[in-house]
Design a protein around this ligand. Sequence first.
Ligand code: PEP
Length: 254
Amino acid sequence: MARKKLIAGNWKMNGLLSEGVDLAKEIVAEVKKLGKPGCEFLICPPATLLTSVKKTLRGAKVALGAQDSHWENKGAHTGDISPAMIKEIGCTYVILGHSERRADHGETNEIVAKKAKAAHENGLKTIICIGESEAERDSGKTLDVCTSQIAGSVPEDSTAADTVIAYEPIWAIGTGKTPTPADVEEVHAAVRKALAKKLGKAQASKMRILYGGSVKPGNAKEFLSLEDVDGALIGGASLKAADFLGIAKNAGCC
Ligand code: PEP
């Protein structure tokens, strides 16, 4: 089953207005040069930039995503942003359950599942993040942690059309450290098995599972050529157009 690779940039809390718009313009210019890219591109700027970046993306083969959304569409939730709001701006994706949100905002699997359900109801595609801490990895719990995050964070009625999974070992995020390709292969295979148990084989075989954690142009190929790796969620390297595009090019998917 062919799954189109997704190259997704998570800008996190980076970029003032002009910087963000400039970066988006550079990415659009580079993607245009590719003509018909064989992969899908997505950028997820901070909420303050979504409206301006959306204008920059007009007509380009680059989708827009947010980095979080609430489980309700409106109400008394100071500081939050709702799925209806980001949909209205023109987002087609939202990242949910990133380890930084799980750590900084106490997001549990249950909260992530509630948010994902609401995002799907609003016609958004979700990128649901999972991944083990260094201590969990060192004590041999990686597969248990990741499969239980799949069981708890992915809504029952999710489909391959509305859900993407991102496996991001927490200890590899922003550190320059990465698991071995064999480790990534083992986790992605276990995640697909857990998805099959939860959503059925048909959806699981079509659902994209991204790898994230210190992906750079130099290591893109070793991860993105693995059987069950259907793209990358990229933090630091997504803040430079050349690196972001370099990942897709070196991976041979565009
Ligand atoms: C991320 O936070 O989603 C991420 C993968 O970051 P980095 O690429 O910087 O490790």
